[in-house]
Design a protein around this ligand. Structure first.
Ligand code: NAD
Length: 308
């Protein structure tokens, strides 16, 4: 089968979903960006007399994410006009539109059961031959595809983008055992030639390659800090611009990634390891408290740093 990506759908319009949608729009691909329907009306919507049936309300999350693209720095869009290529919608009313899509990218919350229940819905509406991928940070790709149709299995794989998707060149591609080799080949070429990425094919092991090494390093750093009394500022100084890594200071990066996402990602390896190895992947209690407080990083305005 000759594959072609003329239209894409990004499911989940959070930090990564909106960034991936922008990256696709930048290369001229029309994108349907879908998110969940909000649970209730906002005060503003109530004041304007909207009901939960109005599409303005039902599409609020994706629409809001698209609007934020213009304010984000570094800019996710190469030109403002690229916004026209992104159409907002929601995962209840617009699932049928997935029939016309060549590549569906799932970028929702890092939870296997939630992702699987969305795949079940997608499986019943997608056309045969549609490529489906997950942007999971480390959940098993084989576990995600369990129970799905044969055609879904052949066309499903992990495409793990890094944050921010326009700027970070790494794309991990993780085939499931069911993925057809020609789909892996096509997506690798598409990732390199159209998305401008450096593709690394990773095995389906917990957290793949980059996040396995990354979470390990971060959790060891946190432990060393607590044991030796290093400050956040000191650690960022020795891991950031001063040693030639302008964008990778430890805590600045954690704020960009999102503390909740980091906790999901480290828990994922934690739950799939044992003994001494598992202990390394135990996140410190203060991180749990930060997440409980809603200190999620840049997306909530407060993480290790206050967003200016
Ligand atoms: P996010 O919290 O910014 O966005 C998650 C999105 O999922 C939100 O738009 C939310 O409305 C939606 N959602 C929540 N519950 C849902 C449900 N029940 N059904 C459907 N959608 C639901 O998260 P993110 O950082 O964009 O992460 C999304 C995915 O990308 C995760 O799998 C994450 O592990 C992965 N990822 C994140 C990063 C990062 O740096 N943040 C990097 C690479 C991969």
């Amino acid at each position: 089968m000759a594959y072609q990506i003329r239209k894409a759908a990004v499911l989940g319009s959070g930090v990564m979903g909106s960034g991936i949608a922008a990256h696709l729009a930048n290369i001229g691909i029309p994108v349907l960006l879908l998110d969940i329907v909000p649970r209730e009306l906002s005060k503003e919507e109530q004041a304007k007399g909207f009901t939960m049936e109005d599409s303005v309300v039902r599409n609020r999350l994706a629409t809001g994410s698209i609007q934020k693209l213009l304010k984000q720095k570094p800019a996710p869009l190469t030109a403002k006009k690229n916004l026209q290529l992104i159409t907002p919608g929601n995962l209840e009313d617009d699932l049928d539109k997935l029939k016309d899509i060549d590549w569906i990218i799932e970028v929702i919350v890092e939870n296997l059961d939630v992702k699987k229940s969305l795949y079940e819905k997608i499986d019943s509406v997608r056309k045969d031959g549609t490529i489906i991928s997950s942007n999971t940070s480390g959940i098993s790709i084989n576990a995600m595809v369990e129970g799905r149709s044969e055609d879904f299995g052949k066309h499903f794989l992990g495409t793990h983008f890094f944050n921010p998707p326009r700027y970070l060149k790494l794309l991990e591609i993780i085939p499931a055992t069911t993925t057809a080799p020609e789909v892996v080949e096509f997506m690798t070429a598409f990732g390199e030639n159209r998305l401008g990425k450096g593709v690394v094919i990773a095995k389906d092991t917990p957290n793949f390659i980059a996040n396995r090494i990354g979470t390990y390093g971060l959790l060891v750093t946190l432990r060393e800090m607590m044991a030796r009394g290093y400050s956040i500022g000191e650690v960022d100084s020795v891991t950031g611009p001063l040693i030639g890594r302008p964008k990778s200071a430890t805590f600045r990066t954690l704020d960009v990634v999102g503390l909740d996402t980091f906790m999901h990602v480290s828990k994922n390896v934690h739950d799939q390891t044992s003994g001494e190895e598992q202990k390394v992947f135990e996140a410190p209690e203060f991180m749990t408290k930060m997440v409980q407080n809603g200190w999620l990083g840049a997306k909530s305005g407060q993480g290790f740093f206050l967003k200016k």
